[in-house]
Design a protein around this ligand. Sequence first.
Ligand SMILES: NC(=O)c1ccc[n+]([C@@H]2O[C@H](COP(=O)([O-])OP(=O)(O)OC[C@H]3O[C@@H](n4cnc5c(N)ncnc54)[C@H](OP(=O)(O)O)[C@@H]3O)[C@@H](O)[C@H]2O)c1
Length: 254
Amino acid sequence: MLSIAITGANGQLGQSLRAIAPLFPNLDLKFFNRSELDVTNRKSIQEAFGSKHFDYLINCAAYTNVVGAESNSEAANLLNGLAAGYLAEAAQKNKTHLVQISTDYVFDGTKLEPYVPTDLTNPLSVYGQSKLLGEQLVAQNCDHYSVIRTSWVYSEFGSNFYTKIKTRADEGQILWITDEYIGCPTYAPKLAQHILSGITKGDLPQGVSHFAGKEVMTWFGLARKLLPEADIRVAPKEKQPLSVNRPKYSALAG
Ligand SMILES: NC(=O)c1ccc[n+]([C@@H]2O[C@H](COP(=O)([O-])OP(=O)(O)OC[C@H]3O[C@@H](n4cnc5c(N)ncnc54)[C@H](OP(=O)(O)O)[C@@H]3O)[C@@H](O)[C@H]2O)c1
């Protein structure tokens, strides 16, 4: 039976892995939430992974507040960058395959067709830069890893685009949603399924790969798809929060 450690287990990907775990009875999954294992603490990582061997480590811990990262670059770099490196060191030492999740925000969005893993990265935001740092430190510090870039992750778990617009729609609000950006929304349990099924079958892509939903759309299009009954309108510029530089186009292709 393969043993798998999951860090950042209370986030939406962590909760999605937990939800589909019963479909994979041949995997022994151990979930670590933030209070059980702080991935920014190198010593705790060494202790957790030195005392028990895991075949795989899926790192779901991340600083995902894209706007907040702009004014908290140190915290974003620590969690998305350095901590990924600490986990990679532990993975290397303990013969564990590290699965690190990354993002479409490593790209600048100037390409006119879906990004492939070998495309040049050029993040526009602190969040994107910190995630790219994580990719680099993983590659530098361990031999056996899968960096999976995904995009626009949503689910019924935790706080994300879907749960936020659903709450507002349930309160009877008009939803003003931008149509400025184009990408591939990804349902978190599908990403979770991709990872666990790849581990089970032994065909999880090594190195850097992309996994995202198949449909290319705007945030406005996604809102309409998720909540067809709600009153959803395209946000004019003045209704859009002052924001971070994000890639205008970030569809991902395998
Ligand atoms: N969400 C998206 O749209 C999106 C898009 C592209 C890529 N991604 C990537 O996909 C992955 C999963 O994202 P997600 O949406 O599941 O994120 P999420 O819901 O924000 O979950 C992140 C988790 O990390 C935990 N965490 C924070 N600091 C930690 C620490 N020091 N040690 C251990 N855990 C810590 C948080 O704990 P608490 O629960 O205690 O806060 C939270 O449970 C991330 O790598 C993210 O960058 C996400």
